[in-house]
Design a protein around this ligand. Sequence first.
Ligand SMILES: [Zn+2]
Ligand SMILES: [Zn+2]
Length: 243
Amino acid sequence: MRVTFLGTGSAMPTGERFQTGIVVEDDGRRLLVDCGSGVLQRLQQSGVGYENVSTVLLTHHHLDHVADLLPLLKARWLAGEEHLEVVGPSGTKAFLDDLLSVYDYLDGRVDLRVREVGAREFSVAGFDVEGFETRHSMPCLAYRLGDEFTFSGDSEAFSGLANFADGCAVLAHDCSFPDEVDVSNHPTPGQLGEALSGADIGRVYLTHLYPHTDGKHEAMLNSIGDRYDGDVRFAEDLLSVEL
Ligand SMILES: [Zn+2]
Ligand SMILES: [Zn+2]
């Protein structure tokens, strides 16, 4: 399995990190998880290509996770690709209907299939996936793909989510802000270290980084390390990890 971070930023630009998107590839199968602003460009830069991604799995419907969804649909239509499947939490069907009622010239251009999933096991693009409800300001699902990869989506850090990822080779976890920012709905490094303490995870990548984290990486890693002694690194756009 190969996991490529397309966007490791958030709703406020850093100038270097695009919004959330991760592409997972395994044995000819490809799955795009989230499709925030800039992800369509990163898909091209990564060599994966928008023509080769026909399934998008959404964690939730915040703009920084869906902004490039219709641009992806349009690019696929213009390239002659005929299908797109969008899978996401409850409300995804109504969300897509609403988007296409605004951009109605895109409606019906590709065979769009929309499926809603929840905190359970399901299959998407040939991957066996399990969903888990996170703690965020709107309903959001974390996803686990076998023993290889877990993505937190947007979430506060809590032991339930750490347990959900326990035993995984790689966990990509929201770490939006440094400790000095008072925040809810996202974790700080101190909170993340506490939640992860005792978890058995091969490597943790920090993502969903706000500009507030610029220049604070070392302090953030030290803060996590106060409670959690595992391998923790910062994700970067276009970083590829082989599992
Ligand atoms: Zn969010
Ligand atoms: Zn977000």
